[in-house]
Design a protein around this ligand. Structure first.
Ligand SMILES: Cc1cc2nc3c(=O)[nH]c(=O)nc-3n(C[C@H](O)[C@H](O)[C@H](O)COP(=O)(O)OP(=O)(O)OC[C@H]3O[C@@H](n4cnc5c(N)ncnc54)[C@H](O)[C@@H]3O)c2cc1C
Length: 418
């Protein structure tokens, strides 16, 4: 079968890889000049199976209200004249109901576990170097009340088979000595030794090269403008090439992995995906003193930011703005990121050479991605991975290849349309 994959982020590229492994002829189309150049480009780099929790939880609405007027809040809601934002917001509130939490966590954890296994297998078989570190994720707390709450969260995750260990402040320092200067302010942490970190962009880039070598065709700098349907089935996508010329790319099946931009192309076909962009920031600092910079991936619970070591760079990421599709960098947020990094690792980073970046997390209200069939029989979705597209991408790609190939995917997950 000839399968056209729409989008070449970490999710689309993984889908393309597994579709060719399943024996299909595969074409990937992306508007950027190469793979992984939008949301997959400079994310927090965590393979965070053990923290695969949704933003939507019973406490979230109260926190959101508290943060509404703070420009540097970790989660910022900026009301827009955009009905899609309001529809999404209402659905988010529904997902905050206590009854929704367990099924959402279960779906996310199952997919994340499967994806992690898939990633390890791909790493081993394909020998992809993406600055990965198998040192776990350490979440550290500087607020006693928050730390006390972490025990409960760890218990919940343990019920889903996740090994999240609550650790004392001294253990935090043992696990990551780079935090030693802050021992006095740290009250404890939780540590998941099985989690990992690594560069999603590098992974997508090398995976695309490997896929190309196996016969997958990549059409870059090519914008998809619409999906053409005949007799209730998709027959082609209309594209604009770099030179401005229009073209059609035909296929037997279409896998849509356009991240935050999925709804725009699907809506005219009556496929309604509740995905809205949540803008996040990252700051990448060159490391001046490798011995004093952390190697364990960290989550600073108070400030809701993560740190991951990628070779000789420390990547810091966080913040979430529901503010539409603009990727403009807010200087207040950038400043705040540098201040937070300076507070923790002042002596070992090059603050002059920091690179700020923003990306649009393709967020569903439940944080559970949309994977599976649609009302148009040969259009499939693999999108809406929100905060955890890198964690879930390789496994999602493998699962959608199974769905397209009429096989039952391995993970227990609420696949759509199945
Ligand atoms: C600040 C931040 C930190 C994050 N940290 C982590 C983390 O630590 N761990 C984790 O697991 N996840 C993290 N994420 C989430 C993760 O980065 C995303 O979930 C993931 O990158 C989504 O991948 P994707 O392939 O679905 O989307 P994208 O990477 O955005 O890919 C979609 C592709 O579609 C293309 N496209 C869109 N529209 C068109 C069109 N009309 N025509 C042609 N091409 C088009 C785009 O060019 C793009 O390449 C983070 C995200 C952010 C923003």
């Amino acid at each position: 079968m000839k399968v056209v994959v729409l989008g070449s982020g970490v999710v689309g590229t993984s889908s393309a890889w597994w579709l060719q492994e399943a024996g299909h002829e595969v074409i990937v189309i992306d508007r950027e000049a190469g793979p992984g150049q939008e949301t997959s480009f400079a994310n927090g780099a965590q393979i965070s199976v053990s923290y695969a929790e949704p933003w939507a939880n019973p406490q979230a609405p109260f926190k959101l209200l508290k943060w509404l007027t703070k420009d540097d809040a970790p989660l910022l809601f900026r009301p827009q004249f955009d009905w899609r934002q309001w529809v999404w917001g209402l659905a988010f509130l529904r997902e905050c109901l206590p009854s929704r939490l367990a099924p959402n966590i279960k779906a996310m954890v199952r997919l994340a576990q499967y994806s992690h296994e898939t990633l390890k297998q791909m790493r081993q078989e394909l020998g992809i170097d993406y600055d990965h570190l198998e040192k776990g994720i350490l979440n550290f707390y500087r607020d006693q009340e928050e730390f006390d709450g972490s025990q409960k969260a760890a218990d919940v995750m343990r019920d889903f088979g996740v090994d999240r260990r609550v650790v004392s402040a001294d253990e935090v320092i043992q696990i990551e000595p780079a935090l030693a200067p802050h021992r006095a302010s740290i009250v404890g942490g939780d540590y998941t030794k099985d989690d990992e970190s690594g560069d999603a962009y590098k992974f997508a880039k090398v995976l695309a090269q490997k896929a190309q070598a196996k016969g997958v065709e990549f059409m870059f700098s090519t914008r998809i403008t619409r999906v053409i349907c005949d007799h209730g089935r998709a027959s082609a996508v209309e594209v604009i090439r770099e030179d401005g010329s229009y073209d059609k790319v035909e296929g037997d099946a279409f896998v849509v992995s356009l991240g935050s931009f999925t709804p725009q192309l699907m809506r005219p076909l009556g496929i309604h995906c509740l995905i809205y962009p949540t803008k996040g920031y990252s700051a990448s600092f060159p490391i001046l003193d490798p011995e004093r910079a952390p190697t364990v991936s960290l989550t600073d619970s108070r400030n809701k930011v993560v740190f991951s070591r990628l070779g000789n760079t420390l990547r810091m990421a966080g913040t979430a703005e529901l503010s539409g599709y603009s990727r403009t960098l807010n200087p207040v947020r950038c400043e705040r990121m540098s201040d937070l990094a300076r507070e923790l690792f002042a002596d070992c980073l090059d603050f002059e050479q920091v690179q700020y970046w923003s990306g649009l997390r393709p967020s569903t209200p439940s944080n559970v991605p949309l994977i599976g069939r649609t009302r148009v029989p040969n259009i499939y979705l693999n999108t809406g991975h929100g905060t955890l597209g890198w964690t879930m991408g390789p496994g999602s790609g493998r699962a959608i290849a199974d769905v397209v190939s009429q096989k039952t995917p391995e993970p227990t997950f609420p696949f759509i349309g199945i």
